[in-house]
Design a protein around this ligand. Structure first.
Ligand SMILES: *[C@@H]1O[C@H](CO)[C@@H](O)[C@H](O)[C@H]1NC(C)=O
Ligand SMILES: *[C@@H]1O[C@H](CO)[C@@H](O)[C@H](O)[C@H]1NC(C)=O
Ligand SMILES: *[C@@H]1O[C@H](CO)[C@@H](O)[C@H](O)[C@H]1NC(C)=O
Ligand SMILES: *[C@@H]1O[C@H](CO)[C@@H](O)[C@H](O)[C@H]1NC(C)=O
Ligand SMILES: *[C@@H]1O[C@H](CO)[C@@H](O)[C@H](O)[C@H]1NC(C)=O
Ligand SMILES: *[C@@H]1O[C@H](CO)[C@@H](O)[C@H](O)[C@H]1NC(C)=O
Ligand SMILES: *[C@@H]1O[C@H](CO)[C@@H](O)[C@H](O)[C@H]1NC(C)=O
Ligand SMILES: *[C@@H]1O[C@H](CO)[C@@H](O)[C@H](O)[C@H]1NC(C)=O
Ligand SMILES: *[C@@H]1O[C@H](CO)[C@@H](O)[C@H](O)[C@H]1NC(C)=O
Ligand SMILES: *[C@@H]1O[C@H](CO)[C@@H](O)[C@H](O)[C@H]1NC(C)=O
Length: 743
C-alpha cells in the first residue's frame, strides 16, 4: 500500500490485482460466501462443521480440507475462506447454501478548513448523543498517539460497544477516543511486517481524523494550511479495523473486518478503498455493506481515483454511499522565480524553506549522461539518463510528471520543476519542487536553453483562495453498468489537498530517506472525500438515531449543494452535489428504502429465488412472492437515472417514488422541475399534502424525450419538492452509451 509516484494516481487507493505465480496444482484462496446466518446457524460450532464438511466434500480428503481452510466467517454472515483448486471452487459454487465463490483479490490503497467550508463551523449545533456514535474505519490502522486521537474529556465507551482492542507492536493501546482496534491478516504467508493495528502508512490516521478526529488547534504541515484540525463528529468514538498492509487490502480481510464490525456495534463504516466492477455478491465491500445495511449501519465508500475518464466509478451497490472528491476554496501555490525575474505559479506542497538565494538551473537534456541509459528519456529526467555531476546542487527542469523527485534527490539535486497534466492536485516532493503548466514549462525550458547561467529558486508553499467547489480531475466518474439505472457516484465531499492527522511511524512521503516525520499531512483522493461523508452521516445519525441507512443517505443527498457541472459529464462526476451536513439534519422528506425493497430490486436485477433465499438466510424471501420492483430503476432512490443503449435516441421511462415526511406536523410540498431541451419531465401528483410526521406519499415521475443531436448523450434535469422551509432536490439524468462512456 506504499504510495508510489510513478503515475498520476499518487496517494490513492487504487485497485490492482497482485499477480501470483500461477501453478496449475497450487491451491489459492477463494471466498465461499453463504449469505446471511440462518436462525439455526447462529451457533459457531455448527457453522464450522458445515464449512468443514463442504470443504471435505470438495477436496475429497479430510486432512487437506482442514489445512486448506483459512478462516470461517459467522458473526454477521455465513461463509469461509479456503485454499482451493479452480475445480474445487467450481464444485462448491454449485452446492446448496453457497451464494458465490470468488478468488481472493488484493485491492491497493493507493483543517482544517474543509468542515468550515461545508458550513459546519466549530460552533455548529451538536447533540450529546454524538459521543455515542461509533465510526468504524477499515484502513491502514491508526497512530493513536496523534493529538487528533487524544481522549482527554471523553467518557467511557458507549454501552453498546462489543468490540476488541488488540494491543501489539507499535500500537500502544486504545483509549476513550479510539475505543477499539483490531487487525486482519488472514493470509499467513503475507508480508513480513508488524502484525498490529498501528498505522505504518499514514492513510488510516488521515481518514480516521477526517471522520471523527477531535479538535486540535494550530495544526499544519510545516506551517502550511495552518488552522484547527477536526473531524466531522469530534466527540464520536473510533473503531479501527486494519485491513491494509504493504501489499494491499485483501478481500478476505475486508470481509473479516465486516464480520467483526457489524457484531461490534458500530454506527457508520468508512471504507476508503478502490473497487471495480464485480457482481455484488462476489465483491466483499458490496457483501459486507449489505449485511451492515440490514443492521442499520451505513457504509460510505470512495468512488475511486480513475477520473476524469467516464465509466470508472467503483463501489456502486445501491446500499452504499459512493463519494466523489471535490475541492475546497483553498489551493496551494508553490512559486518559481527565474534568474531573470520572471515568476511562475506552480502547484505543489513544498515544505522546504528557501534560503532566498538563487540556485543553478538546468534541464534533463543538458544534464544528460552521454554514456547513460540510451533508451531513457533525458528531457523527462528518467532513471539512469542523468549525470550526477551535472545535477548536483542544481534545480532540474523535467518534462512531464513521473515522480522524478527521487531520481533528482538521489543525484544530489537542489530542487525540481516538473510540467504537470493534472494541475488541480498539489503533490509533495522529496526535495524542493513544484509543478507548472506545460506552457510555463516550455518558457522555463526556453530560458534554460538560451541563458548561460540559468538560475531559479522554488519558494515554500503559500495558501491561496480559489473558487470552489469543483470535482477533482482524478475523481472517478459514472455511468456504471452493474445496476445501470442507479446514478453513481452519489455525492461529493472535499478530497483535494486535505490536511489531517498522519502517522509518525512513517515519513511524510513514506520514503525511508525522507527525514520529514509529521503530525499532520496533506493528501488528495476520494479516500479523503469518503471520511467527510462518514463524519457527516454520523452527525445526522446523532440527531436521528432511528433513521435507516437509506434515510440518512437520502437526507445527505437531497440537501447536497448542487455544483456547477460540466455539460459533458453532468452529474456523472458529482452525483447530487456537495454534502451540506447542517441542512441534512432537516431534509423535510426522505426517500426511504427498507430491506425488503432491496430484495425486490435484486429480483429485478435478475438474482433468482435460490440466491435470494441464501443471501437473506431465509426461504421466505423468494422473488416469486415478492412484488416486482416497478419503474426504470426499481428502487426508491433519491436520484433518478436512465442509462440507455447507444442505438436509442428517444426514451420514455417512469420512476415510482415514495417520500416520508420527517419534518414536524403538517406540510404541503410542491414539485418544481427543470429540464433541458429534449427532456420532458412530468410529476404526478404535483402537490403532496402531509397531515403529520412519518406520513408517506407516493408519486411518479415520467421522463420522455430524445437526444436532439447524434453527438449528444447526456440530458440533465431535476425535481425539487419544496414547502416553505425545505427543498428536496433530486437530479434526473438520462444518458446513453457513446464512444466516451465505453471503456
Ligand atoms: C537552506 O539552508 C539550510 C541550512 O543552511 C539547509 O539545511 C537547507 O537545505 C537549505 N534549503 C535549501 C532549499 O537549499
Ligand atoms: C553515466 O552512466 C554510466 C552508465 O550507467 C555510469 O557508469 C556513470 O557513473 C554515469 N556518470 C555520471 C557522471 O553519473
Ligand atoms: C520525453 O518525455 C516527454 C514527456 O513525457 C515527452 O514529451 C517527449 O516527447 C519524450 N521524448 C522522447 C524523445 O521520447
Ligand atoms: C531545449 O533544449 C533541449 C535540448 O536541446 C531541447 O530538447 C528542447 O526542446 C529545448 N526546449 C525549448 C523550449 O526550446
Ligand atoms: C481569501 O479569502 C478570505 C475571505 O474569504 C480573505 O479574508 C483572504 O484575505 C483571502 N486571501 C487571499 C490570499 O486572497
Ligand atoms: C515498531 O517497534 C519496534 C520496536 O518495538 C521498532 O524496532 C520498529 O522500528 C517499529 N516500527 C516502526 C514502523 O516504527
Ligand atoms: C440461480 O442463480 C445462480 C447464479 O447465477 C445459479 O448458479 C443457479 O443455478 C440459479 N438457480 C436456479 C434455480 O435457477
Ligand atoms: C419460490 O416460490 C415458488 C412459488 O411459490 C416455488 O415454486 C419455489 O420453489 C420457491 N423457491 C425457493 C428457493 O424457495
Ligand atoms: C444495445 O445495442 C446493441 C447493439 O448496438 C445490442 O447488441 C444490444 O442487445 C442492445 N442492448 C440492449 C439492452 O438493448
Ligand atoms: C466519438 O464519436 C464522435 C462522433 O460520434 C467523434 O467525433 C469522436 O471523434 C469519437 N471519439 C473517439 C475517441 O472515438
Amino acid at each position: 500500500m506504499k504510495t508510489s509516484k510513478n503515475n498520476l494516481l499518487f496517494l490513492f487507493f487504487n485497485l490492482c490485482i497482485i499477480s501470483v505465480q500461477i501453478n496449475a496444482e497450487e491451491r489459492k484462496p477463494y471466498i465461499v460466501y453463504m449469505g446471511d446466518l440462518h436462525e439455526d446457524t447462529q451457533d459457531s460450532i455448527f457453522l464450522m462443521d458445515e464449512h468443514h464438511s463442504l470443504l471435505s466434500e470438495a477436496i475429497g480428503d479430510e486432512l487437506i480440507a482442514r489445512n486448506s481452510k483459512i478462516h470461517s466467517y459467522g458473526k454477521s454472515f455465513n461463509g469461509f475462506v479456503a485454499k482451493l483448486l479452480p475445480r474445487e471452487a467450481e464444485f462448491l459454487s454449485k452446492k446448496d447454501g453457497v451464494v458465490s465463490v470468488f478468488p481472493n483479490k488484493v485491492q491497493k490503497l493507493r483543517t482544517t478548513r474543509s468542515w468550515d467550508f461545508l458550513g459546519m463551523p466549530m460552533t455548529v449545533k451538536r447533540k450529546q448523543e454524538e459521543s455515542d456514535m461509533i465510526v468504524a474505519l477499515m484502513d491502514s490502522g491508526i497512530y493513536v498517539q496523534s493529538p487528533s486521537f487524544n481522549d482527554k474529556g471523553y467518557g467511557p465507551p458507549p454501552a453498546k460497544w462489543k468490540g476488541k482492542c488488540v494491543k501489539a507492536g507499535n500500537f500502544t493501546g486504545c483509549n476513550n477516543k479510539v475505543i477499539g482496534a483490531q487487525y486482519f491478516l488472514l493470509e499467513k504467508d503475507g508480508p513480513l511486517e508488524e502484525k498490529s493495528p498501528a498505522d505504518l502508512d499514514g492513510h488510516g490516521s488521515h481518514t480516521a481524523s477526517t471522520a471523527a478526529g477531535n479538535t486540535v488547534h494550530g495544526a499544519s504541515l510545516y506551517g502550511i494550511a495552518e488552522g484547527t484540525a477536526r473531524g466531522g463528529v469530534p466527540s464520536a468514538r473510533l473503531a479501527i479495523y486494519k485491513i491494509c498492509w504493504t501489499l494491499g487490502c485483501s478481500d478476505m480481510d475486508i470481509l473479516a473486518a465486516y464480520d467483526a464490525a457489524i457484531a461490534d456495534g458500530v454506527d457508520i463504516i468508512s471504507l476508503s478503498l478502490g473497487g471495480y466492477p464485480r457482481d455484488f455478491f462476489e465483491d466483499p465491500i458490496a457483501i459486507g455493506s449489505f449485511h451492515a445495511m440490514k443492521k442499520g449501519i451505513l457504509t460510505s465508500c470512495a468512488a475511486g481515483n480513475d477520473g476524469p475518464v467516464l465509466s470508472t466509478v467503483g463501489n456502486v451497490a445501491p446500499w452504499i454511499l459512493t463519494v466523489a472528491a471535490s475541492s475546497i476554496d483553498r489551493r496551494y501555490e508553490t512559486p518559481v522565480t527565474l534568474g531573470n525575474g520572471e515568476k511562475f505559479t506552480g502547484n505543489a506542497i513544498n515544505t522546504f524553506e528557501t534560503n532566498e538565494s538563487m540556485y543553478s538551473l538546468t534541464n534533463g537534456a543538458h544534464a544528460q549522461n552521454i554514456s547513460g541509459d540510451p533508451m531513457g528519456n533525458a528531457s523527462a529526467c528518467e532513471y539512469g539518463t542523468l549525470s550526477q555531476n551535472k545535477v548536483k546542487g542544481k534545480i532540474l527542469y523535467c518534462i512531464g510528471y513521473l515522480g522524478q523527485d527521487s531520481i533528482v534527490d538521489e543525484l544530489g539535486g537542489a530542487g525540481i520543476i516538473m510540467s504537470d497534466y493534472s494541475r488541480d492536485t498539489a503533490y509533495p516532493n522529496l526535495i524542493p519542487g513544484t509543478f507548472v503548466s506545460i506552457k510555463d514549462g516550455a518558457k522555463i525550458d526556453k530560458y534554460i536553453n538560451s541563458t548561460r547561467n540559468a538560475q531559479a529558486v522554488i519558494s515554500k508553499t503559500v495558501t491561496a483562495n480559489m473558487t470552489a467547489p469543483f470535482i477533482a480531475s482524478f475523481s472517478s466518474r459514472g455511468p456504471q453498468t452493474l445496476s445501470s439505472n442507479i446514478l453513481k457516484p452519489d455525492i461529493a465531499a472535499p478530497g483535494l489537498d486535505i490536511l489531517a492527522a498522519y502517522s509518525q511511524l512513517t515519513t511524510m512521503s513514506g520514503d525511508p530517506s525522507d527525514e520529514r516525520v509529521v503530525k499532520f499531512s496533506i493528501m488528495s483522493g476520494t479516500s479523503m472525500a469518503c471520511p467527510h461523508v462518514s463524519g457527516a452521516a454520523a452527525y445526522v445519525k446523532s440527531f436521528h438515531p432511528d433513521w435507516s441507512v437509506a434515510a440518512i443517505k437520502s437526507a445527505l443527498m437531497t440537501t447536497a449543494k448542487s455544483m456547477k457541472i460540466r455539460p459533458d459529464e453532468a452529474e456523472l462526476a458529482s452525483g447530487s452535489g456537495q454534502i451540506n451536513p447542517k441542512v441534512a439534519l432537516h431534509p423535510g422528506l426522505v426517500y426511504d428504502i427498507q430491506y425488503d425493497d432491496y430484495i425486490s430490486f435484486l429480483c429485478k436485477q435478475g438474482y433468482n429465488s435460490s440466491t435470494i433465499a441464501m443471501l437473506t438466510g431465509n426461504k421466505k424471501y423468494n422473488c416469486s412472492n415478492f412484488p416486482v420492483a416497478k419503474g426504470a430503476d426499481g428502487l426508491n432512490y433519491p436520484t433518478m437515472h436512465v442509462y440507455l443503449n447507444s442505438s436509442q435516441s428517444s426514451f420514455s421511462e417512469v420512476f415510482y417514488r415514495t417520500v416520508t415526511n420527517v419534518g414536524y406536523g403538517k406540510s404541503v410540498y410542491r414539485a418544481s422541475i427543470r429540464s433541458p431541451n429534449g427532456l420532458s419531465i412530468t410529476v404526478v401528483p404535483k402537490i403532496l399534502t402531509f397531515n403529520g410526521p412519518n406520513q408517506k406519499r407516493s408519486f411518479k415521475v415520467m421522463v420522455n424525450g430524445k437526444f436532439l443531436q447524434a453527438s449528444s448523450w447526456v440530458l440533465s434535469g431535476r425535481l425539487v419538492w419544496s414547502d416553505s422551509k425545505h427543498n428536496v432536490r433530486s437530479p434526473i439524468l438520462i444518458c446513453r452509451t457513446t464512444n466516451r462512456t465505453l471503456l
